[in-house]
Design a protein around this ligand. Sequence first.
Ligand SMILES: Cc1cc2nc3c(=O)[nH]c(=O)nc-3n(C[C@H](O)[C@H](O)[C@H](O)COP(=O)(O)OP(=O)(O)OC[C@H]3O[C@@H](n4cnc5c(N)ncnc54)[C@H](O)[C@@H]3O)c2cc1C
Length: 449
Amino acid sequence: MHPIDRAHRRLIGPHAIIARLSALHLHSHTPNLFIHPPPPKTLHPSPSICYQYSKDISHTQETERKTAVNFDLDEEQSEIRDMVRRFTEREITPYAGAWDENNHFPREIYTHMAELGLMGMTTPEEYSGSNLSRLSGALVYEELAKGEMATSVGLSVHNMVTGSIARFGTAEQRQRWVTRLATGQLLGAFSLSETASGSDAASLQCRAESRGDSYILNGSKMWVTNGGEADIYLLMARTSAGKGGAGVSCFIVEKGTPGFSFGKTERKMGLHSSPTRELIFEDCTIPAFNRLGEEGQGFKIALSSLDGGRINIGAVAVGVAQAAFDVACNYAREREQFGHPIGAFQAIQFMLADMAMKIEAARLLVYYAAYRLAAGQSTSMNAAMAKCFATDTAMEVTTNAVQVLGGAGYVRDYPVERYMRDVKVAQIFEGTNQIQRIVIARALLGNLR
Ligand SMILES: Cc1cc2nc3c(=O)[nH]c(=O)nc-3n(C[C@H](O)[C@H](O)[C@H](O)COP(=O)(O)OP(=O)(O)OC[C@H]3O[C@@H](n4cnc5c(N)ncnc54)[C@H](O)[C@@H]3O)c2cc1C
């Protein structure tokens, strides 16, 4: 047992994360940066209005707050956010540029994140998960994405896999895979898309033929995040010829299974440290034990994680947008032209004001959708709104951050060009933003023909 787990084995849930974070650094010889963070590197602290606002409310309007909408993070959420922020500043931000340059997948960071309890965020404690609230999860993704979007996305996919097996798996399946996923011994990937089926995911063609106590897989899958690096693949394949999602089942496929290989690694605009890979199945035999849920339930399993996944991507986008805004804001204060800081020019001020407004709006949409999901309220429209608005905002904010920096924004001395390249894909995956608008419109209008 890991010494941190041993020391804290009686702690559960979010408390365990906090304890692990502290313990991790009590065991190291370096100063405990989580308890004694270094002073901010920039001259001006991050102008995240939302947090300051919530702090003000808690101190000055205690009485009114009891009857009003509560914008406060609770103590646990604040602590998790702050600690992941410090972890990101120390372990991710300084290296993200090099990972991007070298297409390096930082597997070692996942080991650290596992020690912090982030690899089983929505998983029950009995399987070594942290069982965090949805909002706490969103805070984690937002903070990680400020350092590097790719790591935050990779973690989100992994948690989607861990959470799905914990939720839909039999006791034996959970026993076999969930604890190892939640403790980071295994890394997960999620495989729904194919060359000919993207937005129309239910038209997938990869086949799984039943042979009694086994299935034979044939076909190929595209665009798999963590592809090649992951140990466990949640695979959607067709078990019957039926039209649409009805004939789709879900399987757990282990890396190294004969007949399962990897095709090309995509050469992408951004997100370079996140491998995106093709999967190939040629008469690949897996035990029937590896089917998750009943035959024909696969598409439902895939869809069930969509609301949470969209909220996560919205949170990731808010993190990237905030990081880009912070760089632009500081640059506007320091860069002088015509004898004045460029931030004194109204053209730059208005750009920054619009960026800040939209980031705040996006953050609130994401937190609200997370709240609804946790409260068991219908969430699909809110998750679609959060994902769509936050990712459109992040694209606009990162583009404008490059503009505020001028030539300096276009080169790699500052991270804003990376943010802009990375975040484009957030408008595409987890359902394109056109598809999100369809989801919203259907929720508003019903299925008009
Ligand atoms: C970096 C990256 C990582 C990914 N990771 C994963 C992963 O881990 N697992 C996985 O399964 N998939 C993954 N994907 C796939 C991703 O989910 C798909 O790319 C996405 O669903 C869109 O599908 P498509 O690319 O085939 O586009 P298409 O569906 O071909 O869409 C092309 C265009 O048409 C529009 N369009 C399509 N249908 C409609 C419609 N009805 N109305 C209006 N507009 C429409 C789209 O919005 C888009 O603009 C990843 C993709 C990328 C780029």
